[in-house]
Design a binder for this molecule. Structure first.
Ligand SMILES: [Zn+2]
Length: 236
C-alpha cells in the first residue's frame, strides 16, 4: 500500500478531444483506494490530468469512500474507542489526498502534465535522453519507492519498436505525437495497458516523434526472430 498520488490538474483545454483509450475500472479503483505502487499511481494520475472521463470515475469512488467513512466512524467511537476507529479507518479510508498543485498558465503549450512534470523537475525540452537503439531513446523518471521501472521513451517518426510481449504489465501513456499497434491508434492522453497476453509492435506516426511515459513491472520479451536473440540484453 502506498500513499496516493493526487490526480493531475486537468490540463486539457475544453476544445480538445478526450482520450479514447482509457484505464480499466479495476485499475481506477485500485488507484482510488491508494493501493497502487508509486510508479503505477504516477502514470494513472498523469492520465487523469488529460482524461475527464476517468477522472469522473475516480471522483465517484472517492465519494463512495467518503460516505462509507461517515457511516462507520460514530458507532465505532461509542463501542470500541479510538483504537478501533483507527483500525477501521485503515481499512476503509482512501489514502490522504495531498493538496492539488497549481497549474501554470498557458498550459496548452506544456507537453508534460502534472504530476509527472513535478517528478521530472523539468520540462520536456531539458530532458537528457539516452539512446536505446536507432530511433529509440529513453530517460528515467525517478521513483523512490516503487519496484516498477518508469521512464520516458521517444520513438522517432515512423520508427517501429521491435515486436514484443511482456513478462508483467506495461502501461504506456502518450504525451506527444502518436503510435499505432494492433489495438488502434494512440495519441496524447491515451493510455495502453499491456500484459503477457498482448504481443505488439508499436509504430510511431510518420510525421513526428512519439513521446510516451512508460511504466513496466518486468522486462519486455522480444518475440521477433532477431528480438529473441537480443532478449538476454534487454535492460529492465
Ligand atoms: Zn481515461
Amino acid at each position: 500500500m502506498t500513499r496516493r498520488i493526487p490526480n493531475g490538474i486537468a490540463s486539457v483545454p475544453a476544445h480538445h478531444l478526450s482520450p479514447t483509450h482509457h484505464l480499466s475500472e479495476e485499475l481506477l479503483m485500485d488507484y482510488a483506494a491508494g493501493s497502487c505502487g508509486e510508479a503505477e499511481a504516477l502514470i494513472i494520475a498523469t492520465h487523469l490530468a488529460l482524461c475527464p472521463e476517468c477522472r469522473a470515475v475516480v471522483e465517484a469512488y472517492d465519494a463512495v469512500g467518503g460516505a462509507l467513512l461517515d457511516e462507520i466512524a460514530p458507532t465505532a467511537v461509542d463501542e470500541h474507542g479510538l483504537e478501533a476507529v483507527l483500525a477501521r479507518l485503515d481499512d476503509a479510508t482512501p489514502a490522504v489526498e495531498m493538496a492539488p498543485r497549481v497549474a501554470p498558465r498557458g498550459h496548452e503549450d506544456i507537453v508534460l502534465p502534472e504530476p509527472l512534470r513535478s517528478y521530472l523537475a523539468t520540462d520536456l525540452k531539458d530532458v537528457v535522453w539516452k539512446p536505446v537503439m536507432r530511433g529509440l531513446d529513453e530517460a528515467a523518471v525517478p521513483i523512490c519507492t516503487s519496484p516498477a521501472k518508469s521512464r520516458l521513451m521517444r520513438i522517432g517518426a515512423g520508427v517501429a519498436v521491435p515486436r514484443h510481449t511482456h513478462h508483467g504489465s506495461e502501461m504506456t501513456l502518450v504525451l506527444s505525437g502518436g503510435f499505432s499497434d494492433n489495438r488502434g491508434h494512440f495519441v496524447r492522453g491515451d493510455i495502453a495497458v499491456s500484459d503477457p497476453e498482448v504481443e505488439h509492435r508499436p509504430v510511431a506516426d510518420a510525421d513526428e516523434d512519439c513521446i510516451c511515459f512508460v511504466v513496466t513491472d518486468a522486462p519486455l520479451k522480444l518475440t521477433g526472430p532477431i528480438g529473441r536473440l537480443l532478449n538476454p540484453f534487454v535492460r529492465f
